[in-house]
Design a protein around this ligand. Structure first.
Ligand code: NDP
Ligand code: 8X3
Length: 252
């Protein structure tokens, strides 16, 4: 029987690539996000290409009631979630702290921190009950080093780093693995969202070097969730070869 993985933020980028990669590797996937049509498209793509099963849950991770209702609606044969990939997240804006927009800050805090917590709080108890499961949190190099104008986004990803460490300690006696995957720059809708739909600004971010792609991060996720039972990858940082950390990259 295939294992079941629930992936938040599967409509785009890393989450979408992860859903496809896991389905190609004998996982059944619960794909979630706010854009229902994109979830339907992804389901069709996966079902056409692989034998993996797909279930759609449509919710906003910032809304605790929506999270709870969606997870409660899972049919019986989808309730036994083996892998939770907490991927939904975003950066909004890139301003010095004294010029930042409060709404942007709240969107990042509500999505990247509170959303991750709501989903985890809803799913982790069943993992504890069966003493089995793996939680993979998508952090960032921005959660390891703060960079100019990244203030609040970096803060939320530092929080993901700390929450992941705390979760791992709490889950230890329940035999549940907890992993943080921390990518550097990945070409997805991330910069389009950060720059509020400004395509020119977004495209510039990935000009002149080869960034990571969603599939690269999906492969890392597949790797960590397919280690033997006694092995837990705690923390992984992956960047493009052209990037050393948040500050140094080579232009080709
Ligand atoms: P994308 O913008 O391509 O994807 C983000 C996903 O998150 C979408 O599927 C979006 O779905 C979902 N999402 C956003 N807000 C919500 C919400 N309120 N409720 C439910 N789902 C939501 O970006 P990435 O794939 O790059 O980002 C995925 C994760 O990776 C994020 O946590 C990001 O911080 C992290 N990351 C990204 C890096 C990069 O350079 N791209 C590097 C390091 C980490 P929808 O809009 O349909 O709800
Ligand atoms: C995304 C990577 O460097 O754009 O988390 O913040 S970065």
């Amino acid at each position: 029987m295939n294992k079941i993985a629930l992936i938040t933020g599967a409509t785009s980028g890393i989450g979408r690539a992860t859903a496809i990669t896991l389905s190609e590797n004998n996982f059944d996937v619960i794909i979630t996000g706010r854009r229902q049509e994109l979830l339907e498209d992804l389901k069709k793509e996966i079902v056409d290409k692989s034998s993996g099963k797909v279930h759609i849950l449509h919710f906003d991770v910032r809304n605790k009631e929506e999270v709870d209702t969606a997870i409660d609606s899972l049919p019986k044969d989808w309730q036994d979630i083996d892998i939770l990939v907490n991927n939904a997240g975003l950066a909004v804006g890139l301003e010095h702290i004294h010029e930042g927009f409060i709404d942007d800050w709240e969107r990042m805090i509500d999505t990247n921190m509170k959303g991750l917590l709501y989903v985890t709080r809803k799913i982790a108890p069943s993992m504890v009950e069966k003493k089995h499961g793996h939680i993979v949190n998508i952090g960032s190099t921005a959660g390891k080093e703060a960079y100019e104008k990244g203030n609040v986004y970096c803060g939320t990803k530092h929080a993901v780093d700390a929450i992941t460490k705390g979760m791992r300690i709490d889950m230890l006696k329940h035999k549940i693995k907890v992993t943080a995957i921390n990518p550097g720059m990945v070409e997805t809708e991330f910069s389009l969202v950060r720059f509020k739909g400004d395509e020119e600004k977004a495209d510039k971010v990935y000009k002149g070097f080869t960034p990571l792609y969603g599939k690269d991060v999906a492969d890392a996720i597949l790797y960590v969730i397919t280690r033997p039972e006694h092995v837990c990858i705690n923390d992984m940082i992956l960047t493009a070869t052209a990037q050393a950390n948040s500050f140094y990259k080579t232009i080709e």
